[in-house]
Design a protein. Structure first.
Length: 258
């Protein structure tokens, strides 16, 4: 029986585990980093907690006789992906990276793509100065719908004149400044719900990461309908040599033949 390790925590990882579970020739282990309280669990064997970097992951792959490795973590889990690539190289265990497609700007959207969270905060800061040019569309006291995760909050709290509605699954570390309100919620979301949220809090800019997928895409539709500009943080680049697919079906077929 071939042993498969899925680095998970995403809907795609759960779907892949479910697709592979009925195969009598495969034993699937899903690994969760443990950063989210009460995560949605995949079918089959589940391992929780970190590995201790690339060396720890490589040692675990060898100790557990893993034959195939799939990195189906969040598109912004750059450190985990780098560890997976390094561990695969060190052990010879074949690696596939599974990522859902990113979002694409459409007619009626007003997006500004940036390379990092820090660049997004800088754009808001420039807009707070009210000067023409870079960040000018965010001038006049930004009321920010921030959906970049609780760990990113310290990057945005110093932005002058901004009020933040920060949505996350788990609460961020206290204390929080008075200009930040935290909304604890978990998708999927609806366009009607996102539209009502934007109106209720008089939000005038959305800051988000290009996570892709349908579960949290409703905010982009609501922003388009209400004329909100969007600051979209691009995904980190994949390490050199990583093989990438964007569908569960392709990943499952690869696992069975790798």
């Amino acid at each position: 029986m071939r042993r498969v390790l899925i680095l998970g925590g995403t809907a795609e990882a759960r779907a892949l585990a479910a697709a592979l579970a009925p195969d009598p020739g495969l034993h699937v282990v899903s690994s969760l980093a443990g950063r989210v309280t009460n995560p949605r669990l995949p079918v089959g064997e589940v391992r929780e907690g970190g590995f201790g970097g690339a060396e720890g992951l490589a040692a675990w792959l060898l100790a557990e006789h893993i034959d195939v490795l799939v990195d189906a973590t969040h598109p912004f889990a750059a450190r985990m992906t780098a560890s997976a690539v390094a561990a695969s190289s060190a052990t010879g265990v074949p690696l596939l990276v599974l990522r859902r497609p990113g979002w694409r700007e459409g007619e009626g959207d007003s997006w500004r793509r940036v390379a990092s969270l820090q660049a997004a905060a800088a754009l808001l800061t420039d807009g707070a100065g009210g000067a023409a040019g870079r960040g000018a569309e965010f001038a006049g006291g930004a009321r920010v719908f921030l959906t970049t995760g609780r760990r990113s909050l310290p990057v945005f709290t110093p932005v002058p004149g901004a009020w933040l509605l920060a949505r996350s699954v788990d609460p961020p570390e206290p204390p929080l400044p008075p200009h930040v309100r935290v909304l604890l919620d978990r998708g999927p979301y609806t366009v009607a719900g996102e539209r009502a949220l934007i109106r209720e809090h008089r939000l005038n800019v959305l800051v988000t990461k290009d996570s892709g997928g349908a579960m949290t895409a409703a905010k982009l539709v609501a922003a388009r309908e209400l004329g909100l500009p969007v600051i979209m943080v691009d995904r980190p680049p994949l390490p050199r040599g990583a093989r990438l697919v964007d569908s569960v079906e392709t990943a499952a077929a690869w696992v069975r033949t790798a």
